[in-house]
Design a protein around this ligand. Structure first.
Ligand SMILES: Cc1cc2nc3c(=O)[nH]c(=O)nc-3n(C[C@H](O)[C@H](O)[C@H](O)COP(=O)(O)OP(=O)(O)OC[C@H]3O[C@@H](n4cnc5c(N)ncnc54)[C@H](O)[C@@H]3O)c2cc1C
Length: 474
C-alpha cells in the first residue's frame, strides 16, 4: 500500500482486465458490450464525472437541449435500430417525459432531451451488468482523471490525478472530444474566463434580458446556446459570428433513397462524391423528394471514402466541403431550428461571416475583435456577454490536458491524418510515434476522427464499442 497525495491509502497497483479511460457514451457502451460477452472479466472505467454514460453531451439538464436525431436514429444497440424507440415507449407509458406529447409525432420520431438519453444509456449499462454478473464479470467506476499511461509487453499502467495507479491487460482511450475553448491559445487569450457556458441557463438568467449577446460559432452548440438564452428569459439581440456564416439545416424525416454509393465504387475523391451527391439531390428535388434523402445515404460510406482518400484529397474535403457538410449533415432538431428561424426572422438573431481575432479590453460587458469575410480590416463589436460555441479541438497537440500531452510526449500515440485525433489501426489499436500498432492500448470514438472522419455520433460509437469489445475479449 502507498499513500496518495490526498493521504488516502491505495494499492500500489490495482489490477483489472480492461481499463477504460473515459466514462461517457463510448466508455459506458464498451463496458456494456464487454459485460455481455461470455467469460469472466473485471473492467474499470476511470471517469471524473459523478455518473457514467453521460459525458458532456448527455449531462444536459434542460429539456430543450435535445438529441439532433430522432429516436429511430439513436439506438445504442447496433443489432436493434428500434432499441431507443422501445425504451422510450415504455418510459413514456410509465409516466416519464410528459412533455413528449407536445411534439405530436410517433415515438420513433421524437427528439428526446439529451439528459433523458443519458438515463437510457445508464439503464442499458445496468442491464449489461446484470448479464455480466452471471459470468462473474464486473464493472467499476473509478472517479478520477488519468494523467499518464505507460505500456509494456504484457500490461498497461495508468496514473490517476489522485495518485492511484492501475494496471490492466488492455486500456482503451475513450476520452471523447476536447472543447476548442480548452486550447492553450484560447486559455491565454482569456476567452474562457470571458465566455459563458452555452448550456448554463442559470448564468444567463443574470443577464439584462434586453442586452446584446455575442456568440462565436454557428453550429449545433450555437443552436443549444440560443435555446439556453430563450429559456433564461433573454429577449435582446443575438449576434452570431462564424467563418462561413452558415446555419445548420433542420433535420426532417426524408424517405429512403437508393444507396448509390453502395452500387458505385468508382466514386473515390471529394470532387466525385460532391458531383454524384448533387446529381442525386437534383433528381430527388425534381421528383418532389427531400434533398436530405440522398444525403443521408452517404453517411454509411463516409468512413470508407475517408480512409481510402489521400491526404491531399482529405485536405480538399476539409477546405472545400467541410463547412457545407457540417451545416447540411449535422442538422438541427426541429424545435430548436424553429426557434433560431423565428429569432432570425424577427431580426433579433443576426448571423455574420466573420472570424474571431481576440478579446478587447472592455469596461463593462465584453468586446471582441472580428474580421468580416471579404474585408481586410478588423473591427470591434461589443455586447453584455459572450458565448463560445466554436466547437471541438481535434488536434491533440493543442489540447491543454495532461493525458494527451503525456501520451504524445511518451511517443505512445501520434496525430491522426490531418492532425485530427490520433492514428490507429483498423481494429482501434493506437499507432505509436514510430508507426507501430500497440498491442495493449486502443482508442474509440472522437479520438479516431482522423481515421474515419465521422467517429463521434451515437451510432458510430455504438458500433465501435461492439467491435472493440469482441476484439478485446477475443
Ligand atoms: C453538447 C453535445 C451534444 C451532442 N449531441 C449529439 C447528438 O444529439 N447526437 C449524436 O449522435 N451525437 C451528439 N454528440 C456527439 C457526442 O460526442 C457523442 O454522441 C458521444 O458523447 C461521444 O461519447 P464519448 O464517450 O466518446 O465522449 P464524451 O461524451 O466526450 O465522454 C468522454 C469522457 O471522457 C472523460 N475523460 C476525458 N479525459 C479523461 C481522462 N484523462 N481520464 C478520465 N476520463 C477522461 C470525460 O470526462 C468525458 O466524460 C454531442 C456532443 C456534444 C458535446
Amino acid at each position: 500500500m502507498t499513500d496518495t497525495p490526498s493521504g488516502q491509502a491505495t494499492d500500489a497497483s490495482r489490477h483489472a482486465d480492461i481499463l477504460i479511460i473515459g466514462g461517457g457514451l463510448s466508455g459506458a457502451m464498451l463496458a456494456a458490450q464487454l459485460l455481455r460477452l461470455p467469460g469472466k472479466r473485471q473492467v474499470l472505467v476511470i471517469e471524473p464525472r459523478a455518473e457514467l454514460g453521460r459525458g458532456e453531451a448527455y449531462s444536459a439538464v434542460e429539456l430543450g437541449h435535445t438529441l439532433n436525431g430522432n429516436a429511430a436514429r439513436m439506438s445504442v444497440d447496433p443489432d436493434n435500430a428500434d432499441d431507443l424507440t422501445q425504451w422510450l415507449t415504455e418510459y413514456i407509458a410509465a409516466g416519464g417525459w410528459p412533455e413528449s406529447d407536445q411534439q405530436h409525432v410517433p415515438v420513433s420520431e421524437l427528439f428526446p432531451p439529451r439528459g433523458l438519453f443519458g438515463v437510457y444509456v445508464q439503464q442499458r449499462l445496468a442491464e449489461a451488468q446484470a448479464v455480466g454478473a452471471r459470468y462473474g464479470s464486473t464493472v467499476e467506476h473509478v472517479r478520477a482523471e488519468v494523467v499518464d499511461v505507460q505500456t509494456d509487453i504484457d500490461s498497461v499502467r495508468l496514473t490517476l490525478n489522485d495518485g492511484q495507479r492501475l494496471q490492466g491487460a488492455y486500456a482503451v482511450l475513450a476520452t471523447g472530444m476536447f472543447p476548442a475553448a480548452r486550447t492553450p491559445q484560447t486559455e491565454s487569450s482569456g476567452l474562457n474566463a470571458a465566455a459563458l457556458d452555452p448550456w448554463d441557463v442559470t448564468a444567463m438568467r443574470q443577464l439584462d434580458p434586453q442586452s446584446t449577446v455575442l456568440i462565436i460559432g454557428s453550429g449545433l452548440t450555437m443552436v443549444d446556446a440560443v435555446v439556453s438564452l430563450e429559456q433564461a428569459g433573454h429577449r435582446g439581440p443575438i449576434e452570431v459570428f462564424s467563418r462561413h456564416g452558415l446555419l445548420p439545416h433542420v433535420r426532417r424525416q426524408p424517405p429512403v433513397w437508393v444507396d448509390f454509393l453502395a452500387e458505385d465504387h468508382s466514386v473515390r475523391t471529394p470532387r466525385q462524391l460532391m458531383r454524384e451527391l448533387r446529381r442525386h439531390c437534383r433528381d430527388a428535388i425534381a421528383q418532389g423528394i427531400d434533398w436530405q434523402a440522398p444525403l443521408d445515404t452517404v453517411r454509411a460510406h463516409i468512413g470508407r471514402l475517408w480512409s481510402q482518400a489521400t491526404d491531399v484529397q482529405r485536405r480538399q474535403f476539409v477546405r472545400h466541403v467541410r463547412p457545407w457538410w457540417e451545416s447540411h449533415h449535422h442538422r438541427s432538431p426541429p424545435l430548436s431550428a424553429e426557434l433560431v428561424a423565428r429569432l432570425h426572422g424577427e431580426g433579433r438573431l443576426r448571423i455574420q461571416a466573420a472570424s474571431f481575432k481576440g478579446l478587447e479590453p472592455s469596461l463593462s460587458g465584453v468586446s471582441i475583435r472580428i474580421r468580416r469575410r471579404g474585408e481586410a480590416q478588423t473591427c470591434v463589436v461589443s455586447g453584455a456577454a459572450l458565448i463560445n460555441s466554436s466547437g471541438i479541438e481535434y488536434d491533440w497537440r493543442r489540447v491543454a490536458r495532461p493525458l494527451p500531452q503525456q501520451l504524445l510526449a511518451r511517443g505512445l500515440v501520434r496525430p491522426g491524418p490531418l492532425a485530427l485525433g490520433i492514428a490507429a489501426a483498423d481494429d482501434g489499436a493506437v499507432l505509436s510515434a514510430d508507426g507501430q500498432a500497440a498491442s495493449r492500448l486502443f482508442a474509440m470514438g472522437p479520438p479516431l476522427r482522423g481515421m474515419w472522419w465521422e467517429s463521434t455520433a451515437v451510432t458510430d460509437v455504438a458500433s465501435q464499442a461492439k467491435f472493440l469489445a469482441a476484439r478485446l475479449a477475443g
